[in-house]
Each structure stands twice: as structure tokens, then as C-alpha cells.
Design a protein around this ligand. Structure first.
Ligand SMILES: [Zn+2]
Ligand SMILES: [Zn+2]
Length: 616
């Protein structure tokens, strides 16, 4: 969603100085230089289509006959080749010019920029090194700022950030383009530590530089940092545009932070971007991911211009919130009334909706339509939706057949959906097949071992359960740290790790949980001990269950928000059976609505029911 900033920042690396018109006093016998120069300049500025290569060769022939050779024309020819021909042609022209006049041709510094840009356009590290070497050996121009900037751009385009950094470090005079390129390069490579280090020393930070940091953090799953940078950017009085906003919006969506979401929307509106189609689509997605699906609908309704991204965000959002019929109805509006062509993301939303609502017939219909009517080949993600759909409906064997018939390689998501279906329907046979693939694809994914051992335990295959446990021990698997986030009334986001007792109100939270359990027992709460995979005593399992991060977040929410409120929790992993039951029962005995977003979907708990219907 927020892949705009780096490309825009790189686009700024764009134009080298325009080719200079050769001075008229140069003695040129064959063809008066002004006309040749203006011919070239005109050709370059007016050329929107690719001229025939022979025009270029004709110009080179004319150039070759000039004596002495004109360095301005040489640079103009290289620039001409760069903008009108495939990238490698620039290198051929360079060799041609050298052949024509040998060492008599004095190259100008800006002749080397087209070479570096051609290398960047072809993403060839070899070509970049050739351009770099030529600028040093032939011209001695590697110390000219625009040549250095072009070389940085070329190394970055070839993913050699280390070489780009070397050029950057050796620059005598860096400009805003040099600094920004390096910051963008690091953030694109996921090295935010180095990006921060360079950014801190960046003397003339402008909007593009700040934007690079905001989107860098957002794209590298550091949403809190992204929002912090965005706030600093607004405080520094930087103008806000669509790209920086999109980064902030994506960060809010990742955090699920409701109060920050409203703040970002306010900034969008204040900057006249509230109705911008890119920003608007992002806001729809953000509100849906923050659990505010009605707010997402409100933004969607208020938009004048809606494109495929806007519709897709809304359809995916409705589907994730279990509003399947609304999602399908919107899809029909989109393709009939609005006449917007759906894309692969739209169909993820449509198929997810069908899956959540158990609409098997419709799901099959749309899966076929996607390919036959819209020419979209199903990806592994689409197959995941279909396996989920069939699996939930109890058609586990058919789901397995579908996986076997796949035209693309099934990924962990596909097998995971199948294993999940086996858990719901207690199919140990297919579970073993799915798990076998998952153990190869995701050897570290402890959740798969847990699911398989649960299915085997329910089927009474005790020996098999021990085998899985042994496998886990041998592979020394540890669970990813489970984290839940809860946003307080003050907009502060509180973070809870499983078993965390570092929070200042830990004692109160533990007491509140203990009291809750006592209240829940009569309502039918019996701890689901199989949610703990470790071989420990039952008492220890009960203790571990009470330390689950979403329970800690819930008790903190109840303590601080009081009753008659909505508690929103975001969790980084899938919610476990025990926490699901626990929260479901809390929503029965307390007048609260609890919305949990785990890594799979939203669970809206109210009056003892969950929107997922117990399937997740
Ligand atoms: Zn749990
Ligand atoms: Zn649920």
C-alpha cells in the first residue's frame, strides 16, 4: 500500500543537467554545430516515442566526422541514447564515440551520468561498475556531485547498498539527493538502524527525507516509530502529501490504534487530502483494521472517486469482520453499477467472505469467474481461501484434492488452512498429510505442531501425540513471543507479553483475572488445557493460560475502561482456544463489547457470542 515514497524519492534523482547547446565559436567544418545541436536538443525534448536506431547511428556518424570532436555533443548523444533507446544502447554509443575519436575526445563530467543511469535502468551491477570505472579512468569525474549521485542511484538500483554507501561516504559535498538516496536505500533494504544513523546526521531534512523515514518504518513493521516520525514531521512544519500520509495510515492499520487513526484522518482533511482516492482507500483499510468497520464504511460512502483499491479495501474489510453478505453485495455493485474491474485482492475479499459465511456454492462460482471472466490466475492465496471455504464446510477431502490439483506451488498458508479445517472437523488422516508439508515449509512454526497434536489428541492417537511432542523437543522449538496491544482511553498503547509481570498494574490485573475466573466458572468456563503444548503439570498449564497476553490486555482494559465500553485488543499470533472461550464468556457476564484482532481475523465478542461463529 505504501510503496510510493522510495520510488518518488528516487524519481527525484532524475534529471541531470540538460545537454548544453554547443557554443557557436567552435570551428566545425562539415556541419554547422548549432543546427546539429538544436536537432539533437529538439529530438530529445520532443521524443515521446522511440526513434529508429538508425537515426541515432546517423547522428553518431556525423559526430565521428567532426574534427576536433565536440564534448558537448558527445554528452548530448549519450543523453539522447539514454532517453530514447533500451539502457544498454547508451553503453554501445559510449564505446562508438570512444572508437571514433579515441583519446582525442575530452569527455565532460555530465557525460557519465547517462552511463550510470543506463546501468541503473538495467539493474546491472556489472554495468554500474563499468560506469563507475569509466568515470574514474577516462574522465576522472567520479568526484563530481551529479556523477556521484547517479552512481549512488545505480548501486541502489542494483541492491548494492554497501557500494552506494562507500560512494556517499567519500563525497566531498553531499546534497539533499545524496542524503535522501541513502536513507531510502537503507529503508528499502529493511535496515532501519542504518537509515536512522544517516537521517540523524542529515543536515537539511526536507519533506522527501522525512517521508522516506515514515514509509520506511511502516514498511518494515515498525508502526509505532512510523507514527512518531510522522508526528515529528508535522511538528517540524513539513508539508504533508499523499505519500507520507499513506505511510502513517498504514502504520495505524498495523497498530490498530483507534485514537491515532482519527488523528491521521484529521491531518489528511486539514491538508485537503481527505477525499483523495489513494488516501481515502488507505483510510478505509485502516479503519477496517482498527476494528472500526462502520467508520470505514462512512469514509467509503463519502468518497467521490473510488477505484479498484478503494473497493478492494472495503470488500476485504467487510469480509474480515464477518459481514459476508455486505461484502458480496458491494462486489456486485462494483462490477455492475460502478463498472470497476476487480483485481486479485478484490477476489481475496470475495472468497474470504464466502468462506466466513459458509457460502460454498457462491465461493466456487466466484473462484471460477475470477479466472474465466476476468483472466486472473488464482494465486496460492486464493487457493488458501478456497481450502478454508471447503474445509470449514466439512469438505476436507475435497479441499485436499483441490490442493493436489493446484497449478502453483502450495505455500504454508494453503496447508495451514487445511490443517485448521482438520482441527475443526477432527480429521486426523488429512491433518497428518497437511502437517508433513508444513513441517518442511515452516520447520520453526510451532503453531502447526500444536494444531496437529490437538487433532491427534482428540482422535485418541496418544502415541502419535508423543511423537509430535518429541519432534518439537528435538527441534528445540520455542513459541514466538506472544504480544497483545491495548489502546487506553488516553490513546496510549499498552503492550503485554505472555507471562508479563513488568506492567506497573500487574498485581491489580492478576487479582482481576482471578476474580473473573471465579465469576466465569458458573457460566461454564473450564480451562482448555490442550492450548498449552508443553509437558507440564495441569496446575502449571492453568497458570500459563492465565498469563496469556490477550487475557492480560483484557483485564487491564476492564480495570481502566470500566464496564459498558468497547475493549479493542490486537494480538500478533492466532488467539488460542482457551482465550477465545474466556473472552466469549466475559462478554456474556459483563456489559462490554470486546474486539480482538489476531493475525488471522477479527473476533467481535458480544453477549457471549463471537462474530467468527467459533471457526477461526
Ligand atoms: Zn490464549
Ligand atoms: Zn472468534
Amino acid at each position: 500500500m505504501v510503496h510510493l515514497a522510495p520510488s518518488r524519492a528516487l524519481a527525484r534523482l532524475g534529471s541531470p543537467p540538460p545537454p548544453r547547446v554547443p557554443p557557436t565559436h567552435l570551428p566545425l567544418p562539415l556541419l554547422p554545430p548549432p543546427s546539429l545541436a538544436s536537432l539533437l536538443t529538439d529530438a530529445i525534448s520532443s521524443s515521446s516515442s522511440l526513434p529508429h536506431l538508425r537515426h541515432l547511428h546517423a547522428l553518431i556518424a556525423v559526430f565521428s566526422s567532426l574534427s576536433p570532436p565536440d564534448p558537448f555533443l558527445a554528452a548530448a548523444l549519450l543523453r539522447f541514447a539514454l532517453v530514447t533507446q533500451p539502457p544498454m544502447e547508451t553503453f554501445r554509443v559510449f564505446s562508438g564515440l570512444r572508437r571514433a575519436h579515441g583519446s582525442e575526445l575530452p569527455f565532460l563530467p555530465f557525460a557519465f551520468s547517462p552511463l550510470a543511469k543506463a546501468a541503473a535502468a538495467s539493474c546491472s551491477l556489472h554495468a554500474t561498475r563499468v560506469a563507475h570505472a569509466a568515470s574514474i579512468l577516462i574522465g576522472g569525474f567520479d568526484k563530481h556531485r551529479f556523477v556521484e549521485n547517479s552512481l549512488i542511484g545505480a548501486y541502489v538500483a542494483c541492491d548494492d547498498v554497501g557500494a552506494a554507501r562507500k560512494v556517499f561516504d567519500e563525497m566531498a559535498a553531499k546534497d539533499v539527493i545524496s542524503w535522501t538516496s541513502i536513507v531510502v536505500a537503507y529503508s528499502k533494504n529493511g535496515d532501519m538502524g542504518s537509515a536512522e544513523e544517516v537521517f540523524a546526521r542529515f543536515p537539511m531534512k526536507d519533506m522527501v527525507a522525512w517521508t522516506a523515514m515514515v514509509t520506511g518504518y511502516a514498511q518494515n513493521a515498525m508502526p509505532a516509530k512510523a507514527l512518531e516520525a510522522f508526528e515529528q514531521m508535522t511538528v517540524a512544519g513539513m508539508p504533508i502529501d499523499e505519500v507520507s500520509l499513506t505511510g502513517a495510515i498504514s502504520a495505524c492499520a498495523q497498530l490498530g490504534a483507534v485514537s491515532r487513526a482519527a488523528w491521521v484522518q484529521e491531518i489528511a482533511e486539514r491538508n485537503g487530502l481527505g477525499r483523495n482516492v489513494v488516501v481515502g482507500s488507505g483510510l478505509v483499510d485502516m479503519y477496517a483494521k482498527c476494528g472500526l468497520i462502520n467508520e470505514a464504511c462512512r469514509v467509503f460512502e463519502g468518497m467521490h472517486e473510488k477505484n479498484v483499491y478503494t473497493y478492494s479495501s472495503m470488500i476485504v474489510g467487510l469480509a474480515a469482520h464477518g459481514r459476508a453478505n455486505d461484502a458480496i453485495a458491494l462486489f456486485k455493485d462494483m462490477v455492475t453499477k460502478a463498472d470497476v474491474e476487480p483485481n486479485h485482492v478484490t477476489f481475496i475479499g470475495v472468497l474470504t467472505a464466502c468462506s466466513h459465511a459458509g457460502m460454498v456454492k457462491e465461493g466456487r462460482y466466484y473462484f471460477a469467474q475470477m479466472k474465466d471472466k476476468y483472466g486472473i490466475l488464482p494465486s496460492a492465496d486464493h487457493y488458501t481461501c478456497m481450502v478454508d471455504l471447503l474445509g470449514r464446510a466439512g469438505l476436507v477431502d475435497e479441499a485436499l484434492d483441490l490442493v493436489k490439483s493446484m497449478t502453483v506451488e502450495p505455500h504454508g498458508g494453503v496447508w495451514g488452512a487445511l490443517l485448521g479445517a482438520c482441527r475443526i472437523h477432527g480429521n486426523a488422516k488429512v491433518a497428518k498429510v497437511a502437517a508433513e508439508h508444513l513441517f518442511k515449509l515452516e520447520p520453526e512454526g510451532i503453531g502447526n505442531y500444536v494444531l496437529l497434536s490437538n487433532v491427534l489428541a482428540s482422535a485418541g492417537e496418544r502415541d502419535e501425540v508423543s511423537k509430535v511432542r518429541k519432534l518439537m523437543r528435538n527441534r528445540r522449538l520455542k513459541k514466538d513471543p506472544a504480544i497483545s496491544w491495548f489502546e487506553g482511553r488516553d490513546g496510549l498503547v499498552h503492550q503485554f507479553f505472555a507471562g508479563d509481570n513488568t506492567h506497573p498494574r500487574t498485581r491489580d490485573m492478576q487479582k482481576a483475572l482471578f476474580e473473573l475466573v471465579e465469576k466465569l466458572r458458573p457460566a461454564g468456563y473450564v480451562p482448555i488445557l490442550s492450548s498449552i503444548v508443553y509437558d507440564v503439570s495441569e496446575q502449571e498449564k492453568q497458570r500459563l493460560l492465565m498469563g496469556h497476553s490477550e487475557k492480560l490486555a483484557l483485564s487491564f482494559g476492564l480495570l481502566t475502561l470500566g464496564s459498558s465500553c468497547t475493549i479493542r485488543i490486537v494480538k500478533n499470533l492466532r488467539i488460542c482456544d482457551d482465550c477465545h472461550l474466556f473472552i466469549q464468556l466475559v462478554s456474556r457476564i459483563e456489559p462490554v463489547e470486546i474486539i480482538v484482532r489476531d493475525n488471522m481475523r477479527f473476533h467481535h465478542f458480544k453477549d457471549g457470542e463471537c462474530s467468527c461463529g467459533g471457526f477461526w
